[in-house]
Design a binder for this molecule. Structure first.
Ligand SMILES: Cc1ncc(C[n+]2csc(CCOP(=O)(O)OP(=O)(O)O)c2C)c(N)n1
Ligand SMILES: [Mg+2]
Length: 555
């Protein structure tokens, strides 16, 4: 059997091979060139198949399963391509589950490969190593598509279906389980090419209705979410046709270049929402506008969404267009000119609005100055990875982004501790551009042990840890809302510079935005190892009045 496996691994074609070899060959057939993982006996045969394909697919092992999941997530978000991670069942699955939840929330093409106990005994409660009740039932709650590989000849089809599902309908993660005794089982296998992703027909009547509504609007607004990332030129072109400002917040940042005066941040977007008569919402839940800012009959909403269930969830739209944004918006660009009003440039008006907004935000110091230092040193196509921290919150409003997929933010999960490991994955998958992770002292220690992963795999990520000795956001809320009754918010920290150095990573401290710039320049010059910069900071002014804002319409 070992011989059959070796042959299959070398040949990479159809023939007699194990489930593990068939799975690796199928991943390769779909263009995957890395698996983020942490080993264990359930998956030994799969790891051995990876070892025999070492030149074609990299095995990137982490120090905790959550980081394997987050690295696959970061790689998927930075590239827009499918990425995989593999962990043992039970605790391995649960350790990675926050990352999988985040991948779901961010519609990221992450394929989770989970081990299982012996196939015949699944569900019988025999107390096998890592056994968990109804593992498949847990997985079904986390992803839209999942299956168990039960034989070698099933692997190619299941991998292909899993990966197609990640780009069809509502895009997002998928999962495959495989039992400990099935990975190594050999049989006749026919490999197969990737399955085409079905493209839903475009509803021409709805496109015309959308063009009429938007073309007639006096105060149109566009809202771009994560579903618009692959339609950046189309969104920008429609914005110019309509002279419509484009609001993006976390996931949609970069869809329109922030140098374009039509690009607006969240609070400015809310001002415009208040007076808008038509909105084009592309690949966004519209959560904040609909639930916080309000809606009424004077606002015609056109939704473009890959998920047919999404548009009517919170409020019935005037028009819903279902499918991937790019082809739909292209069609809209064809049809819109015939229905569009004559429009004067709004560039001057928007510049004026931006200037006033900058004045309102100016009190958010030192956050703005640190972000300016980072923007000055991070190249335009470098990737900024956000975190749930003071500098991160302000970056969502005021860090200029120029291209899609260069700003990675956790989306509605907003899960503390996602940043460092996600950024490691982004940097691993995009070794051609620099990646920078910002994190608080709280969030960093969620996955700080992955500095070992960064060293082991020589991932040149730059991490800036803003250290205020606290879960600062929580602390400020306790000060402001609970009469300074502090609980569970002050932190005992390591010396972060010494911590990074103990792994062999270059590290230094920067005590001002100016010092941060100099430290960043040194770090960006280094492409053979990770770098860490610790920035000691004090309490910072609250950004929340610019994020959680009340109703502006609909009573
Ligand atoms: C998984 C998860 N747990 C808890 C929280 C709640 N939370 C939000 S911000 C925060 C503190 C963040 O501390 P730190 O990373 O040091 O950033 P700082 O606010 O101090 O800048 C916490 C605990 C969360 N968002 N996600
Ligand atoms: Mg902190």
């Amino acid at each position: 059997m070992a011989k059959a496996r070796n042959n299959a691994g070398d040949r990479g074609g159809s023939g007699r091979m194990t489930t593990a070899d068939a799975t690796v060959a199928s991943l390769l057939a779909h263009g995957l060139d890395a698996v983020y993982l942490l080993p264990g006996i359930h998956n030994d045969d799969f790891f051995d198949a990876l070892a025999r394909n070492r030149g074609k697919i990299r095995a990137v092992h982490t120090r905790h399963e959550q980081a394997a999941g987050y690295m696959a997530l970061g790689a998927a978000l930075a590239t827009g391509k499918p990425q995989a991670y593999c962990v043992v069942p039970g605790p391995g699955l649960l350790n990675s589950s926050a990352a999988l939840l985040t991948a779901y929330g961010m519609n990221a093409p992450v394929l989770a490969l989970f081990g299982q106990i012996p196939d015949a005994d699944i569900g019988r409660g025999f107390a096998y190593l890592h056994e968990i009740r109804d593992q498949a039932g847990i997985i079904v709650r986390l992803v839209d598509w999942s299956a168990r590989i039960r034989a070698p000849d099933a692997a190619p089809r299941l991998v292909a279906e899993a990966i197609r599902s990640m780009f069809a309908d509502r895009p997002g993660p998928a999962a495959l389980e495989c039992a400990i005794d099935v990975w190594g089982r050999a049989g006749a296998v026919t490999l197969q090419p990737p399955l085409p992703v079905p493209e839903p027909a475009i509803d021409e009547d709805a496109v015309k209705a959308a063009a009429r509504r938007l073309g007639a609007a006096k105060r149109p607004l566009i809202v771009a979410g994560g579903g618009a990332l692959d339609a950046a030129p189309e969104v920008t072109q429609i914005a110019h046709l309509l002279q419509a400002p484009v609001l993006s917040y976390r996931r949609g940042r970069g869809v329109i270049d922030d140098r374009d005066p039509l690009s607006v941040n969240l609070p400015l977007g809310r001002d415009l929402w208040a007076a808008a008569d038509a909105v084009l919402a592309v690949g966004t839940h519209l959560h904040m506008p609909l639930l916080h800012w309000g809606v009424d009959d004077d606002l015609a909403i056109v939704r473009v969404d890959a998920d047919a269930a999404e548009p009517a969830r919170i409020a019935q739209p005037a028009v819903a267009l279902i499918g991937p944004a790019r082809p739909i918006l292209r069609r809209l660009i064809d049809v819109l000119p015939a229905h569009n009003s004559r429009r004067a440039s709004r560039a001057d008006e928007m510049r004026d609005r931006h200037a006033r907004m900058r004045k309102r935000l100016a009190k958010l110091e030192p956050q703005l100055s640190y972000l300016a230092a980072i923007r000055a040193e991070l190249p335009e196509d470098g990737i900024f990875v956000d975190e749930v921290t003071q500098i991160g919150f302000v970056s969502r409003l005021a860090f200029p982004v120029h291209k899609p997929r260069t700003y990675i933010s956790p989306g509605y999960q907003d899960n503390l501790g996602f940043g460092f490991a996600t950024a490691l994955g982004a940097q691993h998958a995009r070794s051609d551009v620099p990646v920078l992770s910002i994190t608080g002292d709280g969030g960093f220690l969620f996955t700080a042990s992955e500095m070992a992963t960064a060293m082991r795999h020589r991932i040149p990520l730059i991490t800036v840890v803003f250290n205020d000795g606290a879960f600062g956001n929580v602390r400020r809320i306790q000060e402001e809302r609970y009469g300074n009754r502090l609980i569970a918010c002050d932190l005992a920290n390591p010396d972060f510079v010494a911590f990074a150095k103990s792994f062999g990573a270059p590290a230094e401290r920067a005590k001002s935005p100016r010092q941060l710039r100099t430290a960043l320049r040194r770090a960006f010059a280094r492409r053979d190892s990770p770098s860490l910069i610790e920035v000691p900071v004090g309490p910072m002014p609250s950004p929340w009045e610019f994020i959680l804002m009340g109703r502006v319409r609909g009573g």
